[in-house]
Each structure stands twice: as C-alpha cells, then as structure tokens.
Design a binder for this molecule. Structure first.
Ligand code: GDP
Ligand code: MG
Length: 597
C-alpha cells in the first residue's frame, strides 16, 4: 500500500463515552470479522476488561475500507484505555498515530479525561476530529456540547460529526471523515529500518509478541532485526497485522502498524519505546522513545496459605510478562510470612492484578494497605525511597520526609461544587485554579497522592452522584509532617497493618482503624485488645470480648443436616482468615484502613 492510502488513528474519550462501542462498529462495517464472530467489544480481550467494561491494554486492529472515491484504504485503529491509571498507555498509543477521533458523549459533554486526552493528542501533534456520540438519546444536546468543546478545548467543533455508535447512525460518515481529514503517514521505504515498539506481551502460543509502528524501511520475515536500546538481535519468525485476529504477512513498510515474533525469551528484551532496526543495515539514530512508566502505589501481596508462595511467585512472573508497568519483589512480614511487595500505576491497576491472580491462577491472597513512595531524608545526610511503611526508620534518625503530590483537575456541575471543595480541603488539597464553563466548574488542586490513594475517587463519585470527573498527573515531592501509625493486637505490633499518615489525621485514622478491626475480628476464646499507636504512644483502643460462639449449641437436638450446614458455613467464613499469632484476622482487615468514610 502506498502511504497516501494509510490512516493511523486512535479514538480518545472519557470513560463510558463509547470508544469501544465505536471501535466495534468500525470493525463490523469494515468486515474485519464476520458478524457471528463479533462478541461485543472485541478489542477488550481480557475477561476482566469485558466484565468491568473498561479497556486496560491498548489494542490495535487493521481495517480495510473502500471509500466513496472508489479507492481502498488501510486503517490502523488503536484503542486506548480511558482510566487515569492508564494515561501512560494512551500517550504511547498516540505515538503510533497521525490523527485521533475525539469522542464526546453528547449527553455528558466534556469531562476531565476528554480534556486530558485532547491535550495529550495536541501535544503529540495529532490531527483531532471531534465526534459527538449517543445522539440517539433524548438527553443529547449536540449544539451545547459543540460550544463546550470550543470553549474548553479550543477546538473548532462546528463541523463535528453527530453519531450513535450504538445504532450505527452516522458511522459511515466517520469512515469518510477519517480519509478526508486525518493525514496519511510519511516515511521512506528505502531508508534503514526504524520501527517503534508500541507494546509487547506474552502469548502462550506465539511467545513474546512485539507490536510496532514502522517509520522508515521495511520489516520482513526472516530478517535479522536489532533492538537499538538493548542491542539484542533476533531473526524474525513471523510478521503480521491484527484484523483483529492475527494475519501473517511477508513484510510491512512505512506507516504500517503490525506485530512480529522471534525467539525472544524475556519480554524485557522487547522494551516498549525501543527502536527496531535492521541488524545488517542499521539506522544511525533511534526514534524518540517513551518515558518509562513509574509505579506509584505499592502494597504487600501474601498467599493466604503459606504453601502457595511458589505458585504466587510464578503467577506474578507470568502476569508481569504481559504488563511491564507492574513490579514485584520478595518481602517478608512478621505477621504474614513470605510474600511480595508489588508496585502499580494506581489503585485500579492494583485491583485488576489482584483479580487476575485470584481468577486466572486460583490464588487466595492477603493484600496489605496500599502505600505511596516516600522520600526519607536521614540526619546523617543519606536519603532513600520508602515503599513499605513497615520499614519506617527510627524517628530520631530522620531529618525530614517528603511525599508525592499530584495536580488534579476536577470537572463538576456547580450544584456539587461545595462538597467537592470540602473533600479536597479535607484531603489537604491546595486550590490552584477554578474556572467556569456554563454551569460546570473546573477546579485544579494540588493534593498529596497519599490522600487520593485512600478513598478519594469513590467519595468524589458519591458526593457528586457520579457527575464529577477527575484526572491527575504527578506533580513532584514536598516535605510533610508525617508519622507512622502502628496497630497492636494483644500488644503485638502487626507490621502489615502499619501506615504512614499526616500528623493532623493520625489520631482519627487510628481510632477509625481500631473500630473497623473490632467489627471485623471475630470473637476468640480470649479477649483481644486492638490498639493504635503513634511513636509508641497509644492513641486508641478497642476490645473484642472473649467467647467463641458454639454454632452447634443453638440446634441442640436438631437434625443432622442442619448441623452440617452450619459447620460448612463456619468453614467458609474461615477461608479468608489469616492467623496472626494466636488470632485469626480476616483478609478485609488488612484493607480496613482504606475505606474510612
Ligand atoms: P468506553 O468506556 O468509552 O469504551 O465506552 P463503551 O463503548 O464501553 O460504552 C459505554 C456505554 O455506553 C455502554 O453501555 C454502551 O452500550 C453505551 N453506548 C455507547 N455508544 C452509545 C450510543 O451511541 N448510544 C447509546 N444510547 N449508548 C451508547
Ligand atoms: Mg472501552
């Protein structure tokens, strides 16, 4: 295909505005899959993605389109994730495109991630085509939303397409507009190969699969390629494109988006952002890569049964093959034994990995409260990054501690503005900016990441009845008055329940945690004292009274099947318990500190 007949584009939108539905429609219209093969949202390939209705990994698909001018075009559509945790994957998909459809729900309007994604696309020099979706709904207000796009994003929306990805209305116009308004790629087929690695993952049948975008030159089967960053060289086994099923090809030239496989053992050798070149005729310079993603939230993951430690390690290793943005290393805890400290892009990312471990590898896990990365500066002048509150050093040796901050943009209808500002204030936020568009406010706050990791997102959603939207970027480190809060159970410090909190909130959080634990820890044969301590000083105490209910006492003389049921029920309840010393603590307790509201 000549370059003039290729279009590489992404669809960017706020979550739920209809990206995946539109992608399905485009695939269907271009006949990529026969109708019987269409499951809904074909690009969301992982089960969890489909169930939760979110897109985690950016996927790509090649479409063939015969335009009204009678010419055939090759479209490479790159689906992007919508959640803030995965902003990094959005930026990397954009590097493979010349244009993007900016999809806006005509009943909702511009939301925080519409704006964030639009700015990212503009920064990446993409041509943006505004598209209003869901115009089939009576609540759609296309004219008002067009004005909003112009006012907030500064993009001319007078000719914005009005479509329904659900019914298919206007979808043919989208295909024509892609041909007409989005620019074709440029590149030189005769120059040395330069292809950017957009993604890589481990496929059980194909091995390590590398997704790339060719800038210059040609990649072909049998060619020996070299990764310019790592220097590793491999002969190419297979070259192909996703349709969305893999379709093998002999070669792919400039402007193409495709995949290759080779005898690559370790996914770390196919690093995202690296440049692929020809080993015999290498390019002199690598393409501009990506900033590596940085885990910002850490937690401990422990097997519920100590003998599944090896299984957990293998499973983490397998997941990591597919998701290089997540990290893990062994750690041990006095309370929980051997496990791993794992790093994630955000809380949703953490939940997804946890769910995959439990579902795909059948593991029962104990997860400790998530923590951000602190910078601890010691009196002797040294400093280090703290990933685990349990490793907090002796306070007398600490000079000061810094915590990560974020810059958050929140968009909210003005009737909910009051509670949103109060929430930001409560979370130690510092207001930076507030502007209005119509009856919607856009507020910008600096907030400590630590406070956002706890329950910020859930609370924002509930106080605004789901109407507030939120986006954030990391915004440096700042010194803070932080203390370590310890939880003691019958006078034993439980290291996996320790947390680092701001001094002003430490007592309250200590009290809340004790209350939560008192409700969660079942009665034992003896009394259980739960205490919270800051620097050795007890700030809260609760007691779980002794006496373990004999569940059988109730049905003395009753029939045996009823007894059996009760015993089974008790066993079930026990499954998710963790023995700490003499006391059984349920799994939820380790996350109890998380949900404080
Ligand atoms: P994504 O998060 O942007 O990928 O959004 P989805 O494609 O998953 O769509 C979110 C929800 O909106 C789903 O329930 C879709 O069925 C629905 N939806 C998407 N497009 C339309 C549309 O044009 N009209 C209507 N009525 N619903 C739509
Ligand atoms: Mg989606």
């Amino acid at each position: 295909t000549d370059l003039a007949h290729i279009r590489n584009f992404a669809i960017v939108a706020h979550i739920d505005h209809g990206k995946s539905t539109l992608a399905d429609r485009l695939i269907e219209t271009c006949g990529g899959l026969a109708a019987r093969e269409m499951t809904s949202q074909v690009l969301d390939s992982m089960d969890i993605e489909r169930e939760r209705g979110i897109t985690i990994k950016a996927q790509t698909v090649r479409l063939l389109y015969r335009a009204k001018d009678g010419q055939d075009y090759t479209f490479n559509l790159i689906d992007t994730p919508g959640h803030v945790d995965f902003a990094y994957e959005v930026s990397r998909s954009m590097r493979a495109c010349e244009g993007a459809l900016l999809l806006v729900d005509a009943t909702q309007g511009v939301e925080a991630q519409t704006l964030a994604n639009a700015y990212q696309a503009i920064d990446a020099n993409l041509e943006l085509l505004p598209v209003l979706n869901k115009v089939d709904l009576p609540a759609a207000e296309p004219e008002r939303i067009k004005q909003q796009i112009e006012d907030i994003i500064g993009l001319d929306a007078s000719d914005a397409l009005q479509i329904s990805a659900k019914t298919g209305l206007g979808v043919p116009d989208v295909l024509e507009a892609i041909v007409k308004y989005l620019p074709p790629p440029t590149g030189d087929a005769d120059a040395p190969l330069q292809a950017l690695v957009i993604d890589s993952w481990y496929d059980p049948y194909l091995g390590v699969v590398t997704l790339f975008r060719v800038r210059n030159g040609v990649i072909r089967k049998g060619q020996k390629i070299r990764f310019m960053g790592t220097g590793a060289a491999h002969p190419v086994d297979r070259v192909g494109v996703m349709t969305p099923k893999p379709l093998l090809m002999d070669a792919l030239g400039p402007g193409s988006v495709g995949f290759f496989t080779a005898a690559i053992k370790d996914i770390a050798d196919a690093r995202v952002g690296d440049t692929i070149t020809d080993d015999r005729k290498p390019a002199t310079v690598a393409l501009e890569g990506f900033r590596p993603s940085q885990p910002v939230v850490f937690c401990g993951m422990y097997p519920a049964e100590a003998d599944s430690y090896e299984t957990l390690r293998d499973s983490l290793g397998k997941l990591r093959l597919n998701d290089a943005s997540f990290e893990f290393e062994p750690e041990s805890s006095g309370a929980l034994g051997l496990g791993f400290r794992c790093g994630f892009l955000g809380l949703l990312h953490l939940e997804i990995i946890q769910e995959r471990l439990e579902r795909e590898f059948d593991l029962d896990l104990v997860i400790t409260a998530p923590s951000v990365v602190y910078r601890v500066h010691m009196t002797d002048g040294t400093s280090y990054e703290l990933h685990n509150p349990a490793d907090y050093p002796d306070v007398t040796k600490i000079d000061h501690v810094e915590e990560p901050w974020i810059k958050a943009s929140i968009m909210v209808p003005d009737e909910f503005l009051g509670p949103v500002l109060a929430l930001c204030q409560e979370k130690r936020g510092v207001q930076q900016d507030m502007t209005y568009v119509g009856n919607r406010a856009m507020v910008v706050y600096r907030l400590p990441l630590n406070e956002v990791v706890f329950d910020f997102y859930d609370r924002l959603k509930s106080i605004s009845r789901g109407y507030a939207s939120f986006d954030y970027q990391l915004d440096g480190y700042g010194e803070s008055d932080l203390v370590k809060l310890d939880i003691l159970i019958n006078s034993d410090k439980v290291d996996s329940l320790s947390m680092i909190v701001h001094r002003s909130m430490a007592e309250l959080r200590g009290r809340n945690t004790c209350e939560k634990l008192q409700q969660l820890i079942p009665r034992q044969m003896f009394q259980v004292a739960i205490q919270a301590a800051i620097g050795g000083k007890i700030v809260a105490r609760e007691t779980v009274k002794a006496f373990r209910k004999d569940v059988l006492a109730k049905c003395y003389g009753g029939d045996i099947s009823r007894k059996r049921k009760l015993l089974d029920k008790q066993k079930e309840g026990k499954k998710r318990m963790r023995q700490v010393g003499q006391i059984e603590i349920p799994q939820e307790a380790f996350l109890a500190a998380l949900k404080m509201s």
